[in-house]
Design a protein around this ligand. Sequence first.
Ligand code: NAP
Length: 455
Amino acid sequence: MAAPTFEKLSPVKHGTRVTVDANGRWNIPDDPIVCLIRGDGIGRDVGTTPGITTCAIRVLNAAVERAYKGKRRIHWFDIHAGDVARELYYPEVRDEQVNSLREEEQRQLYLPDDSLKAFEYYRLGLKGPLTTPIGGGFRSINVFLRMRFDLYACVRPVRYFKGVDAPNKRADKVNMVIFRENTEDVYCGIEFKSGSENAKRLHSFLKELGYNIAPSSGIGIKPISPEGTKRLVRMAIRYALDKKLPSVTLMHKGNIMKFTEGSFKDWGYELAKQEFRDQIVTEDELTKGADGKGKLLIKDRIADSMFQQIQLRPDEYSVVATPNLNGDYLSDAAAALTGGIGLAAGANIGDQAAMFEATHGTAPKYLGKNMANPGAVLLSGALLLEHLGWDEAAQRVNQGLEATFAESEEIAHRGPGGTLHVTYDIARQFAGYGAEGGSTSSDFADRIIFHLNRL
Ligand code: NAP
């Protein structure tokens, strides 16, 4: 594939492109080029005031430098999306004109061809938050990227950091990675409005099959396929084996929805036994006396029970693989257990490309104030480091963050008047401090760097 030419981006001068070989293996050079979308709102820099993405990048670079002493380095390639892209590429288009543009024209406004070409070619990206596009046609940059590049797994790590106010008293035991299927399920958008012609046609068809639903029903379709299930479960199992984690749990509602969620569970087990037989043991096999020593445990849980389990015995779950809608609910519920939205990291990963991103929005009221928490972008960056196989650097990021939180908690517990090195959203949990006791995003980043260099 020839290197693309760009309308407004200057080609990258240094670094090497990441590739994927015919067997689906990622080839990662020591100097990979990674696309960077700094984002809107708190994601963007304003003059010399850094946004959260810039703060996070400084920490990521420091962690890589510390871990590999110059042998490895990421070359960030700035590309644009969201409001920032619109201002750069189409400054003349006014808000009131957007609705009259075709969907594809609206897409170019918020996700220019330059950015698409760059991501297609370089395959990896880190993204700050983006303003949801105005206008009815092109609704979501995230959904577009997911569909266009078949980013079929939404990966959300959820863990507790000491020093972060968490509502659940067992929060310190939460440390799991959720793999949510991204392309199927009732979530994939095949819906028919109540009273519409298509809903009526479906209603008659269902009647022919012997099902009587209220004729006024809106109808949603829930496709779940063996291919879609297996590629997701395969990714989750590979991740667990690679990181030497104890278990993968298939979460489903198969007791009721037997041919969709129930099949998800069955296909998940089938894949595990077909492709990873020597490395896994199922819960059922263990009950029947199999020796599971040194093997990855594959188990399943019904969705409603899983919501109880993550609150009561979270330490029994390390990797969860689940269909789209369950995964959406579970990811947010698990993140809430451990505290701040400023720490909710994520990634959309496919076989040919992957985009790592914070899950929170642009928090526009904090634009240019250097006060938002860069943690979620940073932890998304740590996931990117893991994807590169640079686990030592990812660990440094996590340890630096842990040490910074723990230190601020200790200072706050000594009483008011100390200097905290965490942002307002974390500082406000401490008595005698409040949000005004928080430091800037850049000071927070500096402190993480200080700690990761010390450890
Ligand atoms: P939001 O931007 O996530 O902000 C809601 C609140 O969450 C903020 O006011 C702040 O709460 C807290 N918050 C979010 N990020 C934070 C951070 N890094 N540090 C500290 N606090 C943080 O949600 P929104 O206001 O509903 O959405 C704003 C825009 O973002 C919309 O255009 C929305 O569509 C878009 N959005 C984008 C994404 C994405 O790109 N992935 C995701 C969601 C929303 P307090 O003020 O209470 O501290």
